[in-house]
Ligand binder design. Structure first.
Ligand SMILES: Cc1cc2nc3c(=O)[nH]c(=O)nc-3n(C[C@H](O)[C@H](O)[C@H](O)COP(=O)(O)OP(=O)(O)OC[C@H]3O[C@@H](n4cnc5c(N)ncnc54)[C@H](O)[C@@H]3O)c2cc1C
Length: 393
C-alpha cells in the first residue's frame, strides 16, 4: 500500500479509495506478509483510522472483501472481525474499562511521587530508552499517529516485561497518539499482551522475531525472558448485549453524530433535511494532551461528514458543552435526538450524561445499534475463535 500520508486525509472518499486500492492485496499477500513491519507498511491496509471513526464501516469493508475475494481473504476478514469482537467483549464487561481508568489514575499518581518511575516513563514515551526498535516505534507513533500491529505487540511487551512499567500507562500512551486509538481494541490488546485476557498466556517480544519481521532493521538486546502474566482478577461475568433504543416516528427529530460513528454509509436513514449536530470527545481519550494529529483527523472527518450531509455549518459540541447542546435542541423545538450507539468509552460516557439533560427538556434520546453490532456482540462471550465460528461460519 502507499504509505499513510501526514496529515492523513480524513474523508469518506479517501477511506473508500484506500479500501479499493488495498483489496487486490487482501488475499494471499496479506496472509503471507501482514506481520512484516517495513517502512511505509506495504503489506497492511492502513484502514484503521477510517474504520475506527466509521467513515467506513466494518460491514462495508467485510462486504467489499467478500466480493473481491469470493474464495479467500480469510485472514484479512478475521482481522476485520477482531475489532468487532473486542468492542463486543468490552461492551459485555464494562467493569474492565472502569478498572483500566482506575488503574491509570493510580499509575498517574505514582508518577507524581516516584521520581525513578517518572523518569523511566518519560524516557519510554520520548523513545530514549536505548532499546533498539522500541525507541523508533515510540517516535514513529508520536510523529505519524500510526504503528504496525506487530510493532504495537513488541512495544507493549517490552513496556510491560522489560521496562516493567504499569501497562495502563502504555495503553494511555497509545490512546493519546494513535489516530485509530480505540477504547476496546487498545485496552484489551494491552491486557492480552500482559496476560490479563487469556489466563496464563502473555506475548513475549524476541530479538529474532523482531529482526525477521523488520527486514533486519532492529535486533534489540536485553529483552526480558521472563514474561510471566501480570496478576489478574477473574473476568466479570458478561452482561447481556445492549439492545439500543427505538426512535418514535412523527416526533421533530435531530441527528447527533460522534467520533465513534460518523455514519460514512449514511446511517441512520432519516429524512433529508433532518438537523445535524456533532459531539466531540477526542480530548477525553486521555487525561494528558492528545496528539494534534488525532484532533486534526477527527475535526476534518467531522467537516467532511457535515459537507456530505449538505450541512457544512452543523454545530459541534464537546462533553464540556452538553448543557448548551441540550438547550440548542430545545430552542429548535426538537423532541427526539437520534444517535448511533456509542460503545464503551468517552463518547458513551458523554451520552450517558446528556440523556437526563435531554429528558429535563422533554427530548427523547434514541441510541440506535447497527445490525452488524447487534448480531455480533452477543457472541463475544468467550475467546475470539468461538466468536469467529459464530460470525464467519
Ligand atoms: C497493544 C495493541 C494496541 C492496539 N490498539 C489499537 C487501537 O487503539 N485501535 C485499533 O483500531 N487497533 C488497535 N490495535 C489492533 C491493530 O494493531 C490495529 O487495528 C492495526 O494495526 C491497524 O492497522 P491496519 O489498518 O493497517 O491493519 P490491517 O492489518 O490492514 O487490518 C485491517 C483492519 O482490521 C482491523 N484489525 C486488524 N488487526 C486488529 C486487531 N488486532 N484488533 C482489532 N482490530 C484489528 C482494523 O480495523 C484494521 O484496520 C492494537 C493492537 C495492539 C497489539
Amino acid at each position: 500500500m502507499t504509505p499513510l500520508p501526514i496529515p492523513l486525509p480524513a474523508t469518506r472518499a479517501a477511506a473508500t479509495a484506500r479500501l479499493a486500492a488495498f483489496l487486490p492485496r487482501a488475499g494471499m499477500t496479506y496472509a503471507a506478509r501482514r506481520n512484516e513491519d517495513l517502512p511505509g507498511h506495504p503489506h497492511v491496509s492502513g484502514l484503521a483510522p477510517y474504520i475506527r471513526h466509521r467513515l467506513l464501516t466494518e460491514a462495508e469493508a467485510i462486504d467489499a472483501t467478500l466480493r473481491a475475494h469470493p474464495n479467500g481473504a480469510e485472514k484479512f476478514l478475521a482481522e476485520l472481525w477482531w475489532r468487532t469482537y473486542w468492542k463486543g467483549w468490552l461492551e459485555l464487561r464494562p467493569g474492565i474499562w472502569s478498572a483500566y481508568r482506575q488503574g491509570l489514575a493510580e499509575a498517574m499518581n505514582r508518577l507524581q511521587v516516584e521520581a525513578g518511575l517518572r523518569q523511566q516513563w518519560e524516557a519510554a514515551c520520548k523513545g530514549e530508552t536505548g532499546i533498539d526498535g522500541f525507541d523508533h516505534w515510540a517516535q514513529e507513533l508520536a510523529a505519524t499517529g500510526y504503528l504496525h500491529n506487530h510493532a504495537r505487540m513488541w512495544f507493549a511487551s517490552i513496556w510491560i516485561f522489560t521496562l516493567r512499567l504499569p501497562w495502563e500507562l502504555g495503553a494511555d500512551f497509545f490512546l493519546r497518539h494513535l489516530i485509530d486509538g480505540d477504547p476496546a481494541s487498545n485496552t484489551l490488546s494491552w491486557r492480552w499482551v500482559g496476560g490479563l485476557h487469556t489466563p496464563g498466556k502473555t506475548y513475549a517480544a524476541t530479538p529474532d522475531n523482531i529482526a525477521k519481521n523488520t527486514g533486519g532493521r532492529f535486533r534489540p538486546t536485553g529483552l526480558a525472558r521472563d514474561c510471566a502474566p501480570l496478576r489478574m482478577s477473574p473476568h466479570p461475568a458478561p452482561r447481556p448485549a445492549p439492545e439500543g433504543e427505538v426512535p418514535s416516528p412523527g416526533l421533530p427529530t435531530a441527528l447527533l453524530l460522534h467520533e465513534e460513528d460518523l455514519a460514512g454509509d449514511g446511517f441512520p436513514h432519516l429524512p433529508e433535511g433532518t438537523p445535524l449536530l456533532f459531539l466531540l470527545t477526542t480530548a477525553r481519550r486521555s487525561g494528558l494532551a492528545v496528539n494534534p494529529l488525532v484532533h486534526a483527523f477527527v475535526d476534518d472527518a467531522v467537516t467532511d461528514t457535515a459537507r456530505l450531509h449538505g450541512l457544512p455549518d452543523a454545530p459541534r459540541f464537546t462533553d464540556e458543552s452538553l448543557v448548551a447542546l441540550a438547550d440548542h435542541l430545545a430552542a429548535q423545538g426538537t423532541r427526539q435526538l437520534v444517535t448511533p450507539y456509542a460503545p464503551i468509552g468517552p463518547t458513551a460516557a458523554a451520552l450517558q450524561r446528556l440523556a437526563p439533560l435531554l429528558d429535563d427538556r422533554g427530548i427523547h434520546l434514541a441510541r440506535l445499534i447497527r445490525d452488524h453490532d447487534a448480531q455480533a456482540w452477543p457472541h463475544a462471550t468467550h475467546g475470539f475463535f468461538r466468536f469467529r465460528e459464530a460470525v464467519m461460519g
